[in-house]
Design a binder for this molecule. Structure first.
Ligand code: CTP
Ligand code: MG
Length: 335
């Protein structure tokens, strides 16, 4: 494979903007969904407080980070201060209570990597997953939301990339491909790297919010209203960015040596993180550093088979963006 292949973008690329923006718009959840989510959250809050009066519910993931499509499930974190609780016990108890309150399809998955209770609310038709004390996810959700406020092109690009990944079947961590969270981090990193940069590196600036979660100090500049217009020196629109994103992951990313790092606004070396060889099940074939849990490689789910699938999909997308007369159809063709 040729690394750092420099190719010029097709000269009619801006013709694709309209189509891509229309797809983006069509995926944005309508306002009434937010209302229904709040309604369900209020119901769950009442139920939880009966047993744990000091507990709090936080929405995290796509319903709170602004990268959610219409009809997404809600991810909720039940935060209980007491450090001595047994998560499985809490989840089983919670499942019991939800069942008695007539919520449907209640299921406690206590052995999952992130143990959860699943449920469906017959009133609103919304499904949700509730986990316990996964506060780091609440914090990284706010980081993603804050980045999204700075430049609308992040949300546009991430919607297109997520929609592509879902259509092409490469958004399945249990099959060795990447989570939506990983794809959004790839988009943030990519926009930090544009010249002129479209996004700043919030963790590289003066910290205006700081929390310590699971012994990890999470701090960054969150006064994003001060950063509106940060990327205005860069006039690139959605289509050339989508083209360049896939071109980067198809031909320019150095898979052998580089880790992408939103935390530093740059790449760091695999050697420096000791991510050069397989350790247990972590193979580090594509490396995406979690912005706070820096020892966590979001690419660790990728194995020697799925890395090929992923790279072929990046190449396919890059080729379509470069040569296809109608990329908006071909890019999202079901696999
Ligand atoms: N998360 C995490 N670490 C991971 C995966 C996920 O901390 N390895 C947290 C993040 O806070 C993320 C949330 O879990 O926002 C939900 O992850 P995911 O389902 O990948 O993203 P969503 O934004 O919910 O995407 P989708 O629309 O596909 O549900
Ligand atoms: Mg989700």
């Amino acid at each position: 494979r040729m690394l750092k292949r420099q190719i010029a973008c097709r000269n009619d690329i801006n013709r694709m903007n309209g189509g891509l923006l229309a797809i983006y718009e069509s995926l944005i959840p309508p306002e009434e969904e937010k209302t229904k989510q709040k309604q369900l959250l209020a119901l769950l809050d009442r139920i939880v407080r009966r047993e744990w009066p000091d507990a709090r519910l936080y929405v995290y993931g796509s319903c709170a980070n602004s990268f959610g499509f219409s009809k997404s499930d809600i991810d909720i974190c039940l935060a209980i201060e007491d450090a001595n609780i047994d998560k499985s016990e809490v989840l089983l108890k919670l499942a019991d209570m939800l069942q008695s309150d007539n919520l449907q399809n209640v299921q406690a998955l206590t052995r999952a990597r992130v143990p959860i209770v699943k449920l469906m609310d017959p009133e609103t038709g919304i499904s949700c997953d509730i986990c316990v004390n996964n506060v780091l996810a609440v914090v990284n959700t706010k980081l993603l939301l804050d980045y999204a406020q700075i430049d609308v092109r992040l949300r546009q690009l991430a919607f297109i990339v997520k929609h592509w990944a879902k259509s092409r079947g490469v958004n399945e961590t249990y099959q060795g491909t990447l989570s939506s969270y990983a794809y959004v981090l790839m988009c943030i990193h990519f926009l930090q790297q544009r010249r002129p940069a479209i996004l700043p590196c919030l963790q590289g600036m003066e910290a205006t919010c700081t929390v310590t979660v699971d012994n990890i100090k999470c701090g960054y500049f969150d006064k994003v209203e001060k950063l509106y217009g940060f990327g205005s020196h860069n006039g690139e629109s959605l289509a050339p960015l989508v083209w360049a994103f896939f071109n980067y992951w198809a031909y320019c990313h150095d898979y052998a040596n580089d880790v992408i790092s939103v935390r530093t606004g740059s790449t760091v070396s695999k050697r420096a993180k000791d991510w050069t060889r397989r350790i247990g099940n972590d193979r580090h074939l594509i490396c995406i550093e979690d912005p706070f849990e820096v020892s966590h490689d979001l690419g660790r789910v990728v194995d020697k088979f799925s890395i090929r699938v992923l790279r072929e999909e990046f190449e396919r997308a890059a080729e379509i963006m470069q040569y296809d007369p109608n990329p908006c159809v071909k890019l999202f063709e079901p696999y």
